[in-house]
Design a protein around this ligand. Structure first.
Ligand code: UDP
Length: 412
């Protein structure tokens, strides 16, 4: 079977989730949505492809539409200078020093202002994702009944004060803020809600595919299905620590004849991808068992197959928002070895739904342990699947948004 033989299914509808989450859950979602009849939503973020936010919105928006809560997703535009600044913001909010051009804040504000003038905000609820478009709140008409919500996908537990002090007054102009983990919240004058990111079990990235297709994808990338396969799927970003993954693999490789797959791509709002990819390629040079795959953004079914074909999935991030790739792997019942950072400990409960680690050496240790104990690794995967089913599926996200909108309306 060739890779092209897996037909793309028609877009799933809400009812298709009933066999997974149960019919009562679907009825509840329809009932919540019915109470919002006539209300409209806008979602705004900074990239249509690459990264977890686009991944979520791609699936959430059609379902909101289906339950008749019309939702319009718009992406802000900006030049290279703007994305350099927002990437510096991103790194700084994760605790790194702020490193951008001296006029970075002016660039940030000017691009937000340009987008504000270009866009129209007529919806009842406006959800702004992450810091890049945070300044759009300036468009809010104080006389209107509009609700503005800031959805933060970043770990704000230890932000660089310079950047956070700049952003905070903007954030506090919103009606509510949404965070991916209780640890990420800050002291804010606006309400904060816990919103776990979620995966879509029926998307090409996660739906069931047959073993033959998995084998064909491994073959396509010259990965040997007969030897253990360790995989990390991530944008080529230093915070995903691809070099640390290579280090861990090399420690394992001394004892086990394994292979490493580092599969990633880049996001249109991440200017550092090419440089990091070059660093990774240099570090892996000369080892035919390290497969560095720079995948185009539409490679969902290939990523699905790579995750399914893996013996162990790694997510050795140094900092992480949530780490959707972890839920993706757990959903596929894979044993996961992942860093105890950001939202990962919500997904990986140590020794129950996966193994948490703190260093390349710890990663190597846990990989070796799981390779030596496949029965235990299998149980981790089964538990992980159940954990994702209970907390991290798309229908949960839909429900949280619907309930939030109803709560905000009650306050009117
Ligand atoms: N992803 C992808 N192609 C790639 C790398 C990642 O489609 O080359 C997907 C990955 O499967 C996941 C998302 O992008 O769905 C990454 O989300 P995560 O929360 O793990 O990290 P982020 O990139 O948002 O920091």
């Amino acid at each position: 079977m060739s890779t092209t033989e897996v037909a793309k299914p028609v877009l799933p509808v809400l009812e298709d989730y009933a066999p997974i989450v149960g019919e009562p859950e679907i009825l509840e979602l329809r009932e919540l949505a019915r109470r919002l009849a006539g209300r409209r939503v806008k979602m705004v973020n900074s990239t249509a492809v690459g990264g977890g936010v686009a991944e979520i919105l791609n699936r959430l928006v059609p379902l909101m539409e289906e339950v008749k809560v019309p939702t319009h997703w718009e992406v802000i535009t900006g030049g290279e200078k703007f994305y350099n600044v927002t990437k510096a913001f991103h790194n700084a909010l994760h605790g790194a020093p702020y490193d951008a051009a001296p006029d970075g804040l002016e660039t940030f504000l000017a691009t937000n202002e340009e987008n504000r003038r270009r866009m129209h905000f007529e919806e009842d609820f406006v959800v702004i994702h992450d810091p890049q478009p945070v300044g759009l709140i300036a468009e809010r008409d104080p006389a209107s009944r509009q609700h503005w919500i800031w959805r933060c996908h970043i770990d704000l537990s230890n932000p660089n004060p310079q950047v956070w002090n700049f952003l905070k007054p903007w954030v506090e102009r919103y009606d509510a803020s949404l965070f991916s983990s209780p640890q990420f919240t800050r002291g804010l004058r606006i309400p904060q809600y816990l919103f776990y990111p979620t995966i879509d079990p029926l998307a090409d990235k996660n739906r069931d595919v047959d073993d033959e297709f998995v084998r064909s994808v491994l073959e396509q990338f010259q990965v040997d299905p007969a030897r253990p396969i360790l995989t990390q799927i991530s944008r080529f970003d230093r915070l995903k620590d691809p070099l640390g993954v290579i280090r861990a693999y090399r420690l394992v490789k001394k004892y086990e004849d394994c292979q490493l797959v580092l599969a990633g791509g880049s996001a249109t709002d991440d200017p550092e991808g090419a440089a990091v990819l070059a660093e990774v390629e240099a570090a892996a040079a000369g080892d035919p068992d390290i497969h560095i795959l720079n995948l185009p953004p539409w490679s969902h079914v290939e990523i699905n197959a790579l995750q399914r074909g893996s013996t162990i999935v790694i997510q050795k991030s140094l900092k992480e928002g949530f780490g959707l790739t972890v839920s993706e792997a757990l959903w596929k019942k894979k044993p996961v070895v992942a860093s105890a950072v950001g939202g990962i400990p919500s997904q990986v409960i140590h020794k129950l739904t996966g193994m948490l680690v703190h260093s390349p050496e710890g990663t190597a240790y846990q990989i070796r342990f799981l390779l030596a104990n496949p029965a235990f690794a299998k149980v981790l995967g089964e538990n992980g699947h159940q954990h994702v089913k209970e907390h991290f599926l798309l229908t949960h996200n839909l429900k949280r948004y619907l309930v939030l909108f109803l709560i905000l309306l009650q306050g009117d």
